[in-house]
Design a protein around this ligand. Sequence first.
Ligand code: AP5
Length: 222
Amino acid sequence: MRAVFLGPPGAGKGTQAKRLVQVRGVPHLSTGDMLRAARASGTPLGEQARAVMDAGELVPDAVVDALVEERLRQPDTRDGFLLDGYPRTINQALALSRVLAKRLTPLTAVVLIEVDEEALVARITGRRSCTQCGAVYHVKASPPAIEGICDLCGGRVEQRVDDNEALVRERLRVYHESTEALVDHYGAQGHLRRVNGNGSIDEVAEAILEATAPEDVGGERA
Ligand code: AP5
């Protein structure tokens, strides 16, 4: 499987990606996680990304393209990968196509997770994330057993700095302005699978399994 998860902030891309990669045995490539790791380790790239992310805007294409290209050079991606949060602009999609064309490994699926806008705001403002392992919780839908402590690794569970309501609205605006065009872009290539993301986490996971079934090649059932 060589897949992309597309969808607005809070659609459930990260939550579903963590599940799907376990089933399919491919690495989870999240540009949001890569950028947060760069910030946490204080690299020049992380410092460059900090202000942009805290404003809810997009990090420049060239920066993110280079991160992803480098990651795709690593051998664990040879048998497949799941990209989450990338591409986010048409230029990023074109950059990804060029990298994959060189490897002769085109995408096998682009999954669009669709969720009603007000539900997105409630999901993101209620999200809590583990600062150590990245596990994702929600104060109502899926809280950790002990408040503030990760069930999986015992790390601190906190709210992401960009998860307040004002920034969520800005991130949604940026999604509509820059990322939504990818729906038509991948639709025209026959790669797009639409999944209703309004159901429970289990229901959405089931729909995504179906949408990324191995026999799906080039947008057609083989
Ligand atoms: P990134 O980390 O990618 O954030 P995002 O795309 O805004 O997506 P989110 O992580 O907010 O949401 P999600 O869809 O993963 O939802 P989740 O599963 O957590 O990017 C952050 C920033 O980095 C960007 O703003 C930008 O600055 C920069 N960046 C990243 N990639 C970039 C790129 N390619 N180019 C340029 N800049 C880039 O779920 C949300 C909550 O809902 C959780 O609490 C979860 O428990 C809950 N939930 C999930 N599913 C359900 C369900 N079915 N029912 C009820 N609750 C649910």
